[in-house]
Write a protein that binds this ligand. Structure first.
Ligand code: G6P
Length: 613
């Protein structure tokens, strides 16, 4: 959940590290710090608060080293403070470490190190790492070849839990050692300059040529080479992956916030995602997933597993999968699924969705499913992400880097690719008439321009945001596929505006929540399924009768005189409507948060990817 950057090259490290940290703040932002090496001495500056506050510390400008590591933190062990901030040093101040993840056996390691004479300054799990490295380094003979990397290897062998680490040492001031397990880390290269990052956007400005570390890998970076070791400490070769995202896609590009930019990037994100699957003859190309008719016909169930917004994408596509494949679909939260011994076997297909591809619970759920004999498909937005390495097959959304913590373009791209997958399954199964499939494909191709239409008409949403931004509670209601959208809309609002909201199936209102409706309570209804218009309208009327003010998002004909605030969205097959109906509600959350003057891209307590349980 934290961000790591590192640099080794011919330029001054500090500005590159700060620049990288600023791009990584979406991973955590309660403290930040930098270590560089100058004249064989580790210089370490760290602080509670945002990277900007670190930047304001005067001494930062005097860091002249051309090798360094840096970190922005999302606290797990130990409150946000400058002492708990990374980098951490060993007692002799010869090793400095930045770490993402959680060391589960840090207490035992602390006791072990205490007994060996080491002391600790912070409350963090991380501080054991530089001391362990020091412990092993001092045990190696001084003429031992590769002493530094060997000590790191021995230290990480003692760690239980997850980690991505970068280590520098004043004793070997021309090297950075990195290692990873269950937490991402990449190395970028350009000429002789080397960049380290927990997430690609941090270094995109400098290079698109990336090495992706596998679980258990260790790498030793020096000015003229990188040596990769696998989990058995054998030297291995790695191929460079060329990342197609450009640096601009990781900038705000004139928008006030990343979230707004990403909302407006949705037509492109959806178009690009479709473009990788549907060819000119409108044939679905899922050539990379080896799924046969016999296999699909043998399935008793599909499970879609994910967290947060990605889980809502699963809810949104459950109806299209069930309608087109006649296979029952269950959608579950990864943190629940992984611990409840679900009834799954080789007749269950598991689809895991994760924008980052690094969410710990989702990866664990996927691994457990494989042990039960299930085939697994991952949907991710990040090439080479951990989940893509674990899954049998991976499908990539092509949303480009998503920086704002609140997910928008990844969500609509996930629904798009999953809708195409449902269509593909139906084709393989031959369970549907061609015309139904062809019509859905035509409709999918029209989605980007329909999203653009919604994005061009935002006045009513902006006005409504002004009316409700001071509220404490509100409700979202919808039926069938619209219920999935209410869940996501409610999450979006909570995440960035801190207003409490609940999402209910409209028909459930009468079974309890309606007791909370009184004068001026806001209820937002979504109505996109023709079959359910009358029933949904009755539910809206019931809350208006009890004094509620309402907003309706719809593509149906609804009387403006009776219902004052209606946002009309383009007509679409209800199975695809979640891609359109969420757009005004993403904007509503955005503008409510804007009215409140909050930090939209970095909401309190949240992190973009949750790499710890
Ligand atoms: C965090 C983020 C959410 C995201 C969820 C799942 O909670 O704040 O925006 O939906 O993780 O992330 P993933 O990368 O697995 O889609």
């Amino acid at each position: 959940m934290c961000g790591i950057v590192g640099y080794l090259g011919s330029s001054k490290a500090c500005p590159i590290l700060i620049n990288g940290l600023l791009k990584l703040e979406y991973r955590g932002y309660d403290s930040a710090g930098i270590s560089t090496i100058e004249n064989n001495k580790i210089m370490c500056i760290k602080n509670k608060g945002r990277v900007k506050e670190l930047q304001n510390i005067e001494e930062i400008n005097s860091l002249n080293g051309s090798i360094g590591i840096a970190h922005t933190r999302w606290a797990t062990h130990g409150k946000p403070s400058s002492i708990n901030a990374h980098p951490h040093l060993d007692n002799s101040k010869t090793f400095s470490v930045v770490h993402n993840g959680i060391i589960e056996n840090h207490r035992e390691l602390r006791t072990f190190l205490n007994n060996a004479g080491y002391t600790f300054l912070s409350e963090t799990d991380t501080e054991v790492i530089p001391n362990l490295i020091h412990y092993y380094y001092s045990k190696e003979a001084s003429n031992e070849a590769n002493r530094f990397v060997k000590s790191v290897k021995k230290a990480v062998q003692d760690l239980k839990g997850s980690y991505a680490i970068a280590v520098i040492s004043s004793l070997e001031p021309d090297k950075i050692i990195v290692a990873r397990k269950d937490s991402p880390l990449v190395i970028g290269v350009k000429n002789n300059d080397k960049y380290i990052a927990s997430d690609i956007p941090a270094i995109l400005e400098y290079t698109n040529n990336i090495y992706i570390l596998d679980d258990g890998d260790i790498a030793e970076l020096s000015s003229n080479q990188i040596t990769f070791y696998d989990k058995n400490f054998n030297v291995v070769n790695k191929n460079i992956e060329v990342i197609t995202w450009d640096a601009k896609s990781a900038c705000k590009n004139g928008y006030e916030d990343y979230m707004l930019k990403e909302i407006y990037e949705q037509p492109t994100a959806i178009r690009e995602t479709i473009g990788t699957i549907l060819d000119d003859c409108k044939k679905c190309n899922f050539g990379n997933i080896n799924i046969t008719k016999d296999y699909l016909a043998s399935l008793s169930r599909i499970y879609i597993i994910a967290c947060g917004t990605a889980m809502h994408a699963g809810l949104a596509v459950k109806p299209i999968f069930e309608r087109l494949t006649s296979i029952p679909v269950e959608v579950d939260v990864a943190s629940e699924f992984r611990y409840r011994n679900p009834l799954i076997d080789e007749h269950t297909l598991i689809i895991c969705i994760s924008q980052s591809g690094e969410t710990a619970d989702t990866i664990a759920a996927l691994k457990n499913s494989k042990l039960c004999g299930c085939k697994t498909i991952a949907i991710s937005n990040v090439i080479g992400s951990s989940i893509s390495r674990e899954a049998d097959f991976t499908l990539y959304t092509h949303a480009g880097p998503e920086i704002a913590v609140a997910s928008t373009k990844a969500y609509t791209s996930q629904i798009t690719i999953l809708a195409l997958l449902a269509i593909y399954f139906a084709e393989v199964l031959e369970r549907h008439e061609d015309t139904i499939i062809q019509n859905l494909k035509e409709e999918i191709l029209e989605l980007p321009s329909k999203v653009s239409i919604i994005l061009e008409n935002t006045d009513l949403i902006k006005e409504f945001a002004k009316k409700i931004y001071k509220e404490k509670d509100l409700f979202f209601i919808g039926r069938s596929v619209d219920y999935a959208t209410t869940m996501e809309a409610s999450l979006k609002l909570k995440e960035i505006s801190y207003i409490h909201s609940d999402a209910y199936q409209s028909g459930e209102l009468k079974h309890g929540p309606i007791a909370l409706i009184e004068d001026d309570v806001t209820v937002i209804g979504i109505i996109t399924d023709k079959r359910l218009v009358d029933k949904s309208i009755s539910n809206i009327q019931e809350v208006i009768t009890r004094g509620a003010k309402t907003l309706i998002i719809t593509n149906q004909e609804i009387n403006n005189e009776i219902f004052p605030n209606i946002v009309h969205i383009p007509k679409v097959n209800p199975l695809l409507s979640p891609i359109l109906s969420i757009i005004p509600l993403q904007l509503l959350a955005y503008y409510v948060s804007k009215e409140k003057g909050l930090d939209i891209d970095k909401p309190r307590n949240l992190a973009k990817s949750v790499t710890v349980e």
